[in-house]
Design a protein around this ligand. Structure first.
Ligand code: DUT
Length: 129
């Protein structure tokens, strides 16, 4: 039983060996999210290629009122296996050295699309002043 707001780490009973260059990503299921508020805390959970332990899922009940009963065998999440690049980072001395782009340094709602996004992050509601 997962009470409203409660989280729990559940074992899946599954262990895998992903080839080098791949990773697994533990995603929530949309049906359980929409109907019950169930999600994965660290979504998506990352399964490294070298990991040989049991895949575990850190679940959270986001529903503010209803507890959720979980039973053995329930399909509570889904694993997406993807190819991943090995990045090689090169240090640069200035931001200009990164080169220009259309987006530049805009982020956190800079493109608009919702009324709440007209307030700058850090200067709007939800932040202490
Ligand atoms: O949802 C998840 C996320 C991770 N893992 C396992 C596989 C993964 O390869 C390992 C480490 O995950 P992560 O790197 O996210 O954990 P960390 O908190 O950074 O710990 P660590 O220091 O062990 O890397 O834990 C799971 O079983 N389920």
């Amino acid at each position: 039983m997962l009470e409203p707001g409660e989280r729990v780490v559940v074992g899946t009973g599954v262990a895998i060996a992903l080839p080098h260059g791949y990773a697994g990503f533990v995603h929530p299921r949309s049906g359980l999210a929409a109907r019950a508020g169930l999600s994965v805390v660290n979504t998506p959970g990352t399964i490294d290629a070298g990991y040989r332990g049991e895949i575990k899922v850190c679940l959270i009940n986001h529903d503010p009122h209803e507890p959720l009963v979980l039973s053995r065998g329930d399909r509570i999440a889904q694993l997406v296996v993807q190819r991943v690049e090995q990045a090689r980072f090169v240090e640069v001395g200035t931001l200009e050295a990164l080169g220009s782009s259309e987006r530049g340094d805009g982020g956190y709602g800079s493109t608009g699309g919702h009324a709440r996004l007209s307030t700058a992050v850090g200067h709007g509601e939800g932040t202490e002043s």
